[in-house]
Write a protein that binds this ligand. Structure first.
Ligand code: PBG
Length: 335
């Protein structure tokens, strides 16, 4: 919503804005933006590789989880009233290939984790990631042929991946690959397969960012990545291109859209909300987490800044935020 400054502001001393800041009760009464656990999606990393279920070095406080660990995380989400988890796999390096067939194997770690969570805690929504990077020998989100990330073959692979995740019981699919035409292809395939109620939260305004570095460590893609992702992710300076990407994904059948990364792109969040009036989410990505957590652990910032960053996303028009801080913040909100 575009906000206009109210035309009438009484001059001092008739107007004293501090009157409404005097007590916690008054401040609560006039609060414009309120953060609740229902605004949060909690991304977690899952693995079945022996010994890999440890803390991620560049994301202190974040551990990769086994399937059982993921079920416990879902139970914790339910207890804290966090509506959804988002799953990212750390795949066995031996299963990463150029063809990426592991990505749509019904028995891959993501699909097994989806089934386990939905069986144990059905009320917690499970969101997934659709992109080939955790399964790809070269760390790219798409299939690579002669050094080129090929669009249309990748879309076919992503459709298979989407169907396998929907079959496993995913509630929300999160295509993060940035190929052209993927949302339309997935939506058509989901309809044809009878998965008419599976939602798509499209990573639509996804920028080619340096802030994904720690995530690539978490899924084991950083050492592998050959080159960069600039032929499919958006240039950080391009707002209009991001808005076109949002329009395209909505026209192709996305139910919700995402802006990613979060904090350096709050202007995009606001423009997407004002321009399209659809549910908008920001992803407070791994590098943002690392930055905050590094400063907090060094004693340079107080942990309270985390909630402040999340209120900022809501004030910028977001309906919710994907954040590694979800359980900690939900716990704090509970008081
Ligand atoms: C995979 C994907 C990435 C993230 C989510 N899905 C990394 C990338 O595009 O390189 C980043 C999330 C984060 O940094 O927390 N396509």
């Amino acid at each position: 919503m575009s906000r206009t400054v109210p035309p009438i502001v009484a001059a001092y001393p008739s107007g004293r804005p501090r009157r409404l800041r005097r007590t916690p009760g008054l401040r609560a009464l006039v609060a414009e933006t309120v953060l609740t656990p229902a605004d949060l999606i909690w991304p977690i990393f899952v693995t079945d590789v022996p010994g890999a279920d440890v803390e991620v070095a560049s994301m202190p406080g974040v551990r990769r989880l086994t399937v059982e660990g993921a079920v416990r995380a879902a139970e914790r989400a339910a207890e804290l009233a966090i509506p959804a988890l988002c799953l990212f796999p750390f795949t066995d390096p031996a299963r990463r290939t150029e063809a990426c067939a592991e990505a749509w194997d019904p028995e891959n770690i993501t699909n097994r984790a989806i089934r386990a969570i939905k069986a144990a805690v059905p009320e917690v929504m499970v969101m997934t990631d659709i992109a080939l990077d955790p399964y790809n020998i070269n760390g790219h989100d798409g299939l690579v042929r002669d050094g080129v990330i090929v669009n249309d073959e990748t879309v076919e692979a992503l459709v298979r991946m989407a169907l396998a995740q929907a079959d496993a019981g995913a509630d929300i699919l999160g295509p993060s690959d940035m190929m052209d035409g993927r949302i339309g292809a997935m939506r058509a395939a989901l309809e044809a397969a009878g998965h008419k109620e599976v939602a798509i939260l499209s990573y639509a305004a996804k920028f080619a960012s340096g802030f994904y570095g720690p995530f690539r460590d978490a899924v084991g893609a950083s050492g592998r990545l050959v080159g960069d992702k600039k032929t499919y992710q958006i240039d950080p300076g391009n707002a209009e291109e991001a808005l076109r990407a949002v329009a395209r994904d909505l026209a192709e059948g996305a139910d919700m859209v995402m802006v990613k990364p979060g904090m350096p792109y709050l202007d995009i969040c606001r423009q997407v909300k004002d321009g399209f009036r659809v549910p908008v989410f920001a992803y407070q990505v791994s590098g943002e987490y690392a930055m905050l957590e590094g400063a907090i652990r060094n004693g340079w910032l107080d942990r309270k800044v985390v909630a402040e960053t999340l209120v900022g996303f809501k004030r910028a028009g977001c309906d919710g935020v994907l954040t590694y801080y979800a359980p900690e913040v939900a716990e704090a909100l509970r008081g």
